[in-house]
Structure formats: C-alpha cells, structure tokens
Design a protein around this ligand. Sequence first.
Ligand code: AMP
Length: 416
Amino acid sequence: MASAVPKACVPVAATDPLYILYTSGTTGQPKGVVRDNGGHMVALKWSMKAVYDVDQGDVFWAASDVGWVVGHSYIVYAPLLKGCTTVFYEGKPVGTPDAGAFWRVISQYKVKTLFTAPTAFRAIKRDDPEGKFLKDYDLSCFKALFLAGERSDPDTLKWAENKLKVPVIDHWWQTETGWAIAANCLGIESMPVKYGSPTKPVPGWNLQVLDGNCQPVADGDIGTLAVKLPLPPGTLPTLWQNDDRFKSAYLEEFPGYYTTSDAGYIDEDGYVYVMARTDDIINVAGHRLSTGAMEEVLADHPDVAECAVLGVADKLKGQLPVGFLVLKAGATKDHDQIIKEVVASVRERIGPVAAFKTATVVDRLPKTRSGKILRGTIQKIADNETWNMPATIDDPAILGEMEDALVKIGYAKARV
Ligand code: AMP
C-alpha cells in the first residue's frame, strides 16, 4: 500500500456489469443477480430525493449489512451519488449494548433518514416496549423511517410512529429490482398511510395483479404482482452466466411481464398490498389463503412480538396453516390461553375457512441474515421432506428448535 500510486478512473459502458449479488434464497437455490452501471446510477440518484426526500449534504443511514442489496444500494451507491453522508454501522438494534443503539447513532451523527428492516424494530419493541431509551437522546434531526425487506406488520409500524413521531414508510422491493417498486414517495408527494400497504407503485413501474391466465384481476382480488415490461432502470439485466434461468424464473410465466413472485392485491385507491411470496399462498380445502394475512392477525395480539404462519400438508384439506409465536419480553399469560386467543381472532377476522387451529410458542424464529423467516425450510421439516441448510441462514441451531416444536404439535419426525 505504501508504494501504490493513484490510478485514473476506468470508463465503462452503461451496460457493463457493476456487481453480482445473490438473492437471500428462502427457497433453496440462490440466484446471481447482475447489476449494470448506467441505469443503476440514474435510478438510485433519482430515488434519493423522490422516494426518501433526501438532499445533497443530508445524513442517510441504511442500517443493513453492506453485503445485502439494501447495503449495496443505500449504504454505498445511492447516498454517495447524491452527495450525502452515509453511516456504516457495525452492531445490532438491541444488545449492542441495549435497545437505544439506533437512537444513539441517530442523535450522534444527525441522521435525517433511517432505512432498516421491520425485524429490527420488532426486536427493539420486544426489548423496550415502552420506548424508554428514546428519552435519553435528542432526535430533533430525525425526519423519516423507511422499512423494507418483509411485510411491515401494522402493529410494529404504529409502534414506531407513536414512539418516533415521524413518518414511518413501508416500501417494497427486491434484490432483483435494486430499488423500490412501491413506496410512499415523500419527495414527490406524501400520501396518507394505509397500514399493511407499501402505498403505490413508484414512477417507472407499471405494476399489475395477474391471475393464472395472465389476465389482470379486479381491484382487491389477490393475484401475482407482475411488472409490465420494460422494467425501469436499475433492475437486473440477467442472472450471472445464466440467461436461461433469468428468462424462466422471471419472464416466462407471464409473457410481456416480469413476475415478482409476490402475491398481493391493489385496492380501489391504487394502494398495493404485498401479502406473501406466491409459494406462501396456501390452499386449504380449495380456498387460496394468504399466510401473511394470518400473520397480521397473530401479530396484533398484545403478547406477540413476532410470528410466522405456514402451510403444512394435510391429508384431508390439502394444506393447513400452523402458527409460530414469539412472545414479548415480560409476557406472563399462559401459552395455551394466548394460542386460544389467536385462534379465535383468525376465525373472527379471516373466517372459519382459514381452518387455523394449531399454533405453538417458540423462543425465536429461523431467519436469513437479512431477517427473512425461512418459511420454506420450516415447511419442509414439518412435512418430512428432504431439505438443505439455506446458505444464508443466520443461526442453524434454530432449525433444530423448530423441529422440536413441530414434533410437539404432531408434525415432523422426531430426530433419531
Ligand atoms: P430480497 O430479494 O431478499 O430483498 O427479498 C425480496 C422479497 O422480500 C420481496 O419479493 C418480498 O417478498 C419481500 N419484501 C421486501 N420488502 C417488502 C415489503 N415492504 N412488504 C412485503 N414484502 C416485502
């Protein structure tokens, strides 16, 4: 390093590859998403003002891992393209040392906008439900919180709004897209928040909800969320050394569209609702049901910090939903009573067709390092199918805990 001499910049074509990033792979085989240079720069720089309402000179903090897409796009490229200060944070929202860590960093570095995953806020809410740590810091610099990476359950979102007193914006995107498909674009016009919705498609995205025959469905009906081609700048041009898989995974199911493989609907006001991966729509006795909608009901229970619902094979009904509950610190109510209450709430709010009767309390849920619950893997364990350890898993030991929990409620096979 001491003898190195500075080198000039190397010009590249707009279409040259910039990086390859593997998707988190909750279903097994990760895909190598390729990003290009030109469109990516345009989209990211534009998004800083339009989506996040951030200007040159502002301090932007994406509390993500730099190795994930949020880190690539919004720790590194976008803030620097916009001329912002970007915060690199090595730590967790809780435990390093406490649930006030985010507030400390915001006040110390005068962060205007924080972008993180809902799971981070669930962890903070779990450790400090009253938000006591907030009182120790001056957050007058702080203007907005953005959440993405998974569905923002309304309970967590409202908690963040109440405690922080700034707009809390759920927005939806994928490694493949590199930036938001749907958001409440604070820098264009902030729209009323509808809980459970990441608001509307961002300019550049012609988002449609399609049925199995590639036809748009009626407002409010669930289908596959697909983007009419052409895709906007910044999105993936291909998969690394695998054009065929790029076409088969994203372009072939609905000719003329990019499929997000997310299921959801658009309401009569044009608000988008992302309910689950299309794989997470379960079929209970012929009714197509969203496990995301059931999770929303469970998350509303005052003692529940986090939850997951997935469909397990059932001889009679095809599939049946099973719920996993992680309770808030300090929850003292009897577990059986909590389970009874959530079963009753699902029956009341979604209906008896959901056939939601089985739930269990666990200490924690298996996740990828980016915070996504490994529903596909839990389901395979429950159904006694062969499964591979996901490459992106955060803590492999938790899968053993899930297996034990499943055995207790009559699923999976006891390990020998
Ligand atoms: P990844 O490529 O690992 O970033 O995962 C992208 C997937 O995460 C999406 O296809 C959605 O299933 C999910 N996701 C991301 N953001 C949201 C959101 N705001 N609401 C619901 N699901 C989301």
